[in-house]
Structure formats: C-alpha cells, structure tokens
Design a protein around this ligand. Structure first.
Ligand SMILES: [Zn+2]
Length: 77
C-alpha cells in the first residue's frame, strides 16, 4: 500500500491537528521506533515552516515541530 492511511484512534486520523498546530497526514505502514507503532507523517502548519517529519503514533497528540518548536528530531516516514 503506497497511500497514506488513518490509524485507529482519534489522534491518528488524517486531518487531526494537535495543540502545537502539527497536522497528522497519515501513515504507510512503516515501522516506528516505539513498540508496535507505525510512523505518521506530520506537517507543521506554522507560517513559514511547513516542515514534514515522521512521528510514532503514540507521540502525535503532543508532538512539536523539530524545525521551529524545538521538538525532537523526526523519524523516517
Ligand atoms: Zn515547524
């Protein structure tokens, strides 16, 4: 499957945006770095940023942008 898909929880749905303005754009079944997690592609919605990076499903709800908010480095997605 080469199409980005939603996960099974509220925060892993495509279109979910967390309090830090980080948008979940879905996963392609790539393995994350946390136990039994897949990698979600996150997009930073802050003006002048637009950074894409990978995050474990468990981190989506609290993730900060590694480019403009001092969040930890993204993982491969
Ligand atoms: Zn950013």
């Amino acid at each position: 499957m080469n199409v980005y898909q939603s996960g099974g929880t509220n925060t892993t749905q495509i279109g979910y945006t967390n309090k830090n303005h980080q948008l979940n754009t879905g996963h392609k079944n790539a393995s994350g770095t946390d136990h039994r997690q897949v990698v979600y592609r996150m997009l930073c919605l802050n003006i002048h940023c637009g950074h894409f990076y990978g995050a474990n499903g468990t981190d989506v709800f609290q993730r900060k942008c590694p480019a403009c908010q001092g969040g930890t480095d993204g993982i491969a997605f």
